[in-house]
Design a protein around this ligand. Structure first.
Ligand code: HEC
Ligand code: HEC
Ligand code: HEC
Length: 421
């Protein structure tokens, strides 16, 4: 049996490689520009538009290493297949994209092919960026080409063989990359259409909110059914116990919190911080699109609170009263520093306790020291057993759904940074 597999692999791999190279060869190298275009090639307005679009696309987030220069790359991006380091997208002529023409930039963004004809890995969200309009791409190009150029040495990816083979992406693209340019839906207005375009494209929201298959591709039939990002669960949109209005979504996306739905936590904080710098009209469009996905029958999805099943858990109740109640006692709407009534919490209502555990362990801090909702982390205050008792109390009292199982070991794994995928 095993021998047969080995023989099959020996025969098939070179065959695949030959086809892969063959197909890859259809992407020619695009010649270098003599010089990076000068700043005067782009109007001030165009550059400012590009900046506000880049904030939606998260370019800075993924292309800036901790303590590294802006957009100079080398930020480790964890994937289920290993770590990929983002590239330098400053206009540095050597290691950056300073000698990339706009055509080369557009091909990378829309087809996942670099200037030299090499395949990109989809940790770079080109499957989403493929939808970008010419106008938006042009503004992004203007913005990037006017950043400060910084030369860097690209760190090598740490991917398992054979997943480090770029030509394999030929097949991945054939199977999973079916770029559709965003078509206007005539049943909806211009704002809704802009929102749909931004969510599917530049905002790459599906990256964390859509489930993925074994090959790391988003499942096309299950858009926004809930996904994974940086070890957190990106909840289904919508999944909150109370429906979102457009105004509430706008406030949440723009400021990172909303009175009735609470604060953005984990990787969503940085997404919201980016949206805080975007064009408000674009954020309103995203909110309008998302809230149209909310079920129209306004059935209260909230859980009425349930004292009974929680009654046996004295330890959990005592820990909650001592550590949480002063901020989450419920009743009043959330206003920093108070958190929401936990009956309204998506994390507590979720089938998987992952985000609830991560939030209670790490607390909530606004990125970049901005003012906003704050919750202390409790990783150092409680043991795994105490944390499990506390969370099972909160789940039973406020969550409504079936009890979370195996909490202590989940807490231990997430505390140690395991259980990432
Ligand atoms: C989720 C993380 C992520 C986001 C968000 C992201 N990138 Fe990237 N990008 C990457 C990674 C990782 C690579 C390298 C892929 C590879 O090595 O195959 C990359 C590669 C690129 C490349 C190809 C560069 C080269 O030298 O080959 C360009 C151009 C680029 N990104 C531009 C952008 C722009 C513009 C934005 C914002 C609109 C953006 N990226 C947002 C992760 C990201
Ligand atoms: C100093 C006030 C404070 C304390 C103490 C506190 N929290 Fe929070 N908590 C907040 C704030 C503010 C937020 C962000 C707004 C929100 O989402 O409720 C938050 C968010 C949360 C969330 C995410 C809610 C969601 O889905 O948006 C959970 C779960 C949570 N807290 C649980 C707890 C538990 C359990 C304790 C006790 C161990 C606790 N908190 C103690 C202030 C506090
Ligand atoms: C890098 C991963 C990531 C990306 C990209 C991302 N999100 Fe999220 N999002 C999360 C996580 C994780 C949560 C849950 C954490 C929390 O409680 O805030 C979340 C929560 C949310 C919520 C609150 C859901 C609820 O019921 O509480 C909304 C709304 C949302 N995201 C919208 C968006 C939109 C719109 C985009 C694209 C512009 C986006 N997200 C992109 C990771 C991501």
């Amino acid at each position: 049996m095993r021998a047969r597999w080995i023989i099959a692999a020996i025969v098939l791999l070179p065959l695949l490689a030959a086809t892969g190279y063959g197909i890859a060869a259809q992407y020619p190298l695009i010649d270098k520009l003599e010089n990076a275009p000068p700043r005067s090639a782009f109007s001030r307005k165009l550059i400012a538009d590009g900046a506000r679009l880049a904030a939606i696309g998260g370019c800075h987030l993924c292309h800036t290493a901790p303590d590294g220069a802006d957009f100079a790359g080398n930020r480790p991006i964890p994937t289920p297949f290993g770590t990929i380091y983002s590239t330098n997208i400053t206009p540095a002529p050597g290691s950056g994209i300073g000698q990339w023409s706009e055509a080369a930039f557009a091909r990378a963004m829309r087809a996942g092919i670099s200037r030299t004809g090499r395949h990109q890995f989809p940790a770079f969200p080109y499957p989403h960026f493929a939808r970008l309009s010419d106008a938006d791409l042009h503004a992004l190009y203007a913005f990037l080409m006017t950043r400060r150029p910084v030369e860097t040495t690209q760190l090598p990816n740490r991917l398992l063989f054979p997943l480090n083979q770029r030509w394999l992406m030929t097949f991945w693209n054939i199977l999973f990359f079916h770029p559709a340019s965003s078509r206007r839906d005539p049943r909806h207005d211009a704002e809704w259409n802009r929102g749909a375009y931004l969510v599917a494209g530049l905002g790459h929201c599906g990256d964390c909110h859509t489930p993925r298959n074994l090959f790391g591709a988003e499942e096309s039939g299950r858009k926004f059914a809930g996904g994974r990002g940086e070890g957190w669960t990106g909840p289904a949109l919508p999944a909150a116990p109370t429906p979102w209005s457009t105004a509430q979504l706008f406030h949440y996306l723009r400021h990172g919190w909303d009175q009735t739905h609470g604060a953005a936590a984990g990787p969503m904080q940085a997404v919201a911080a980016g949206l805080g710098q975007a064009d408000p009209a674009d954020v309103r469009a995203i909110a309008a699109y998302l809230s149209s996905r909310e079920p129209r029958t306004a059935l209260p999805r909230g859980h009425s609170g349930n004292a009974e099943p929680a009654a046996g858990n004295r330890l959990g109740a005592a820990l909650f009263a001592g550590a949480c109640a002063r901020c989450h006692a419920g009743g009043a709407p959330m206003l920093p520093p108070h958190g929401i009534d936990l009956r309204l919490s998506t994390a507590i209502a979720a089938a998987d306790p992952r985000d609830a555990i991560l939030t209670v362990l790490g607390g909530i801090r606004q990125p970049d020291g901005r003012a906003g909702p704050y919750m202390p982390g409790f990783a150092d205050s409680f043991s795994d057993r105490q944390m499990a008792a506390l969370l099972s109390f909160v789940r039973a009292r406020y969550g409504g759904g079936p009890a979370w199982r195996g909490l202590a070991s989940r807490v231990r794994a997430l505390r140690q940074g395991r259980g990432q995928s």
